[in-house]
Design a protein around this ligand. Structure first.
Ligand code: KG4
Ligand code: ZN
Length: 374
């Protein structure tokens, strides 16, 4: 079955064609980084306008790259939420209109479920390609960690019911962030230090030149559920280490330098950072990664599962990948490729495939939900 996926929940306009939930025929992502970077974060109104500009060409391009006409698409899967309401509505309304005009079934997908399916999709593709990788075993624990979310889930394969052949997945939330998402903390720290946007990839690269043990932020303590997260404390701790110090003056100089340079990254940016700044970002990243890894392993232990799935933009982080592989022990940890870790529509098409197989159909009453839960 050829499914067109459409995703527009935040600042990427994305469309993809996926066959049978396991073969990516095209995967197009139009990033809005250039629009939002001067603000150091996503500006919702600008994001909606940008989606409006991009949605038609991005969907056309996904069909073109898949070598298919719109008429050959068999179903449409669209992100229903969670996300920015204006952004969500652009993709959702376009998906609805396409489904109606083409006379094809429409299915609504939860963005977080999409991120989990990115791991399953990648695993299937790698195995099909003959790569020597283990198969994801369910039940599993999934960490979805991005700019908008940091949550842990237990993922199970549901039992096919009522003659439905495709297995349905079920998800139980084990914990979630009580304040900032991990990616949001990366972005805010990068903004404070004038390192650029999005902050995650920049800090990831700069941290390689700093000492991760230079500053001990201490373990993040959670009252109540130990599988919940909280990153606002560490973000504030970084702020206190910077405010009124030489690091703040250095950040101001960097801000002025960035204004004259436009986009700047890599060696140029590193040369604008003192060793104290590099040590600070390395120590910050170290503390966030340690917390993510420890709570996820605790979840895997309490749920007694052998597979851990990690996805979302922060899953691109090189230290996070390294630490998970090193700490997993007998458990197996699965990450999607970098392209499928960040927001994309292939994951939406893949999740949509199983929902369609399980009999789900969206009707004309479908609308976007900014705080949709799974
Ligand atoms: O999944 P995503 O594309 O969008 C959301 O659903 O939020 O994730 C974007 C987030 C941003 O906060 C970005 O800074 C973070 O993922 N990110 C990273 C890395 N690459 C992206 N964080 C840490 N290390 C990275 N290498
Ligand atoms: Zn996302």
């Amino acid at each position: 079955m050829l499914i067109l996926g459409i995703e527009s929940s935040c600042d990427e306009t994305a469309a993809a064609v996926v066959e049978d939930g396991e073969r990516i025929l095209s995967n197009v992502v139009a990033s809005q980084v250039l629009t939002h970077e001067k603000y150091g974060g996503v500006v919702p109104e600008l994001a909606s306008r940008e989606h409006l500009r991009k949605i038609v060409p991005v969907v056309d391009e996904a069909c073109r790259r898949a070598n298919l006409s719109m008429a050959q698409i068999e179903a449409i899967a669209v992100t229903e939420g969670p996300g920015l309401i204006g952004s969500l509505l652009v993709g959702l309304v376009y998906g609805k209109a396409l489904a109606l005009s083409l006379g094809k079934p429409l299915v609504a997908v939860n963005h977080i479920e999409g991120h989990i399916h990115a791991v399953l999709l990648e695993n299937k593709m790698e195995r099909r390609a003959g790569k020597d990788v283990a198969e994801v075993q369910l039940p599993a624990v999934a960490l979805v960690v991005s700019g908008g979310h940091t949550s842990l889930f237990r993922v199970e394969a549901g039992t096919p019911q009522g003659g439905i052949l495709s297995p349905l997945f079920s998800y139980r939330r084990l914990g979630q962030t009580r304040d900032d998402a991990a990616g949001e903390a990366f972005d805010k720290v990068a903004k404070l230090l004038a390192l650029g946007y999005p902050g995650g990839p920049v800090i990831d690269r700069l941290a390689r030149f700093g000492n991760p043990e230079a500053i001990e932020f201490g373990r993040i303590k959670m009252k109540g559920n130990p599988l919940d997260f909280s990153f606002s404390g560490i973000k504030t701790a970084v702020l206190y280490r910077v405010r009124g110090t030489a690091l703040a003056a250095e950040a101001e100089e960097r801000r002025a330098w960035r204004r004259t340079r436009g986009r700047a990254d890599g060696d140029d940016l590193r040369r604008q950072c003192s060793q104290a700044t590099l040590d600070l970002v390395a120590s910050f990243q170290n503390a966030v990664v340690r917390d993510l890894v420890e709570r996820t392993l605790l979840a895997a232990e309490t749920e007694r599962v052998g597979s851990i799935l990690v996805s979302g933009g922060v899953a691109c982080n090189s230290l996070l990948r390294q630490r998970f592989y090193a700490a997993a022990g007998a458990r197996r940890v699965f990450f999607p490729s970098l392209a499928l870790s960040t927001d994309n529509a292939a994951m939406i098409a893949a999740a949509g495939y199983y929902r369609l197989g399980a009999g789900f159909r969206a009707d004309s009453s479908l609308t976007a939900h900014a705080s949709l839960l799974i």
